[in-house]
Ligand binder design. Sequence first.
Ligand SMILES: [Zn+2]
Ligand SMILES: [Zn+2]
Length: 227
Amino acid sequence: MIDCGEGTQITMRQMGIKIARFYSLLISHLHGDHCFGVMGLLGTLGMLKRTQPMHIYAHPDLQKLLQPWLDYHYKDLTYEIIFHAINPRKHETIYSDRTLTIETIPLKHRVPTCGFLFTEHHRDQEPIKRYAYCSDTMYSEKIIPLIEGVQTLYHEATYTEQDADKCTKYRHSTAKQAATIAQKAHVQQLILGHFSSRILEQSEFLNEAKPIFENTIIAKERTKYTI
Ligand SMILES: [Zn+2]
Ligand SMILES: [Zn+2]
């Protein structure tokens, strides 16, 4: 699972996604809309009597913040939680096995943030699928070489161009900027998400992105961001 905002487990249940079915948690940065759901989720997994360890990849501050809570509430957890500290400022491989590699993508946001690049391969052979998750970030061409040619790019588009000034202030992107990154990186498909509640019609994001990058779709979202 990538990022875990408040209410994630409820949304998963509503969407029929099995909570017990994932192995690790990747957290892009420590803004609440990306990590406030972690504690509740870890508790639910305990109630489900999970035995498989849970790997959490995040900025080291997450462990600092969670540890007292874990010690207080979850002393008798049925499974082990293993923290892996990542340095969001550095591009690095954080996980690798025979079929999957996960690399970080340093992003430009108000706090240290990284995206994630997934490469799937058939046992030590050529990559068969590459997809990238980039949120939250302002427009940054530095990510282009890392995500060049991926099948699917998820890129945040908090605003449209009418709020472009807010992108600079809060370090987010417009739909046009996300589409420009997709086009310059020659990706196959762009998924836009992380929409501000200021913009009421999701079609506005598509209308702005599609002239630049045609194969753009909108992520199904339950949360709107009040920024
Ligand atoms: Zn953020
Ligand atoms: Zn966010």
